[in-house]
Design a protein around this ligand. Structure first.
Ligand code: ZN
Length: 316
């Protein structure tokens, strides 16, 4: 019935059109601490970007920025308050392979340290902010599930079982890693209907995508505009093909974009290849393209509104 946003509980009916995997700022905090960060300017820019996105009809974004990506839920809340955008936060650890020593050495003393931490954030809030994330992020990449990755996945599963929060992943589609994520989560008792396989939309392999969906998970078609992992045309083609096969009820759409990402050098971020990787890409380019290709309004409504609501409303 309600979904937890950075401003508190929200009636799930108020979610509206929702982008399920975005980043407002994705920062290397240690670098930013000493090489420049104008917090007021950052908030101003983000508020303007979010207001512009609201003008395009988007009401909610899920900010998938977790520990390791410079998350600040206090900044997210400030941006939500000033812009009117509804923002859902995430907990999780961003690493493709190795656990940072902070986690490794604490887990050596308490094997459930990581799960306990996620549960604390989901139920009590982040630090003393009172802001509660609603999503647990699981990250694995081309390396597959490394030894440390397995530790994290097991802790993610434990936290999910204790809270019933949704799990949303970063996966490497070229090596069909979503299947490995499903396997380890299912092995630890997670209902795959509680899992969004993120970056599934990087794949054009319909067999892979239907397997993920048929196992019960949601498909994150969530990097529109990120051309290095698949052109806009390819991504639209894949969503159209999946809609034709009856999978509109299993897909969510997003960009995985950002205003600033320290993982992307400025000269790349502002290159022509990434010209469409912005918050308005879906509203301005993708939805018109889907309509032109014959995707029904009902399917668009499912992917933009009903599916995100079904994913985030954990009472249903
Ligand atoms: Zn992301």
């Amino acid at each position: 019935m309600t979904v937890t946003t950075v401003e508190g509980p929200l009636d799930a009916a108020e979610l509206g059109a929702t982008l399920m995997h975005e980043h407002i700022y994705s920062l290397y905090s240690e670098y930013r601490n000493e090489y420049g960060w104008d917090e007021q300017a950052a908030v101003r820019t983000a508020v303007a970007t979010m207001q512009d996105l609201r003008a395009a009809g988007i009401r909610t974004i899920v900010d998938m920025t977790v520990l390791g990506l410079g998350r600040s839920v206090a900044r997210q809340r400030r941006i939500a308050e000033l812009s009117g955008m509804q923002i859902v936060a995430a907990t999780g650890i961003y690493t493709f392979g190795d656990l940072p020593n902070f986690w490794r050495n604490r887990s050596a003393h308490n094997p459930d340290f990581i799960a306990d931490f996620f549960v604390r954030e989901l139920t009590e809030g982040v630090g003393d902010t009172g802001v509660r994330p609603a999503v647990i992020k699981l990250v694995t990449d081309a390396q597959g599930i490394t030894a440390d990755g397995e530790v994290i996945a097991r802790q993610v599963a434990k936290a999910q079982l204790r809270t019933n929060a949704v799990i949303s992943t970063h996966s490497h589609s070229a090596t069909r890693q979503g299947l490995a994520q499903q396997k380890i989560l299912a092995d630890h008792g997670v209902d795959l209907g509680s899992v969004v396989i993120g970056h599934a939309g990087d794949s054009t392999d319909l067999d892979y995508l239907t397997r993920l969906a048929d196992a019960g998970s949601w498909l994150g078609m969530d990097r529109f505009g990120y051309a290095p992992a698949g052109s806009l045309e390819q991504r639209v083609d894949t969503v159209v093909a999946m809609c034709e096969r009856g999978y509109a009820s299993r897909m969510v759409l997003s960009h995985d974009t950002n205003i600033v990402s320290d993982s992307v050098p400025d000269e790349v971020r502002h290159s022509p290849e990434l010209a469409d990787w912005h918050y308005r890409c879906i509203s301005d380019l993708v939805l018109p393209a889907l309509r032109e290709r014959g995707v029904s309004e009902a399917d668009i409504e499912a992917m933009m509104v009903a599916n995100p609501r079904a994913v985030l409303d954990r009472s249903s």
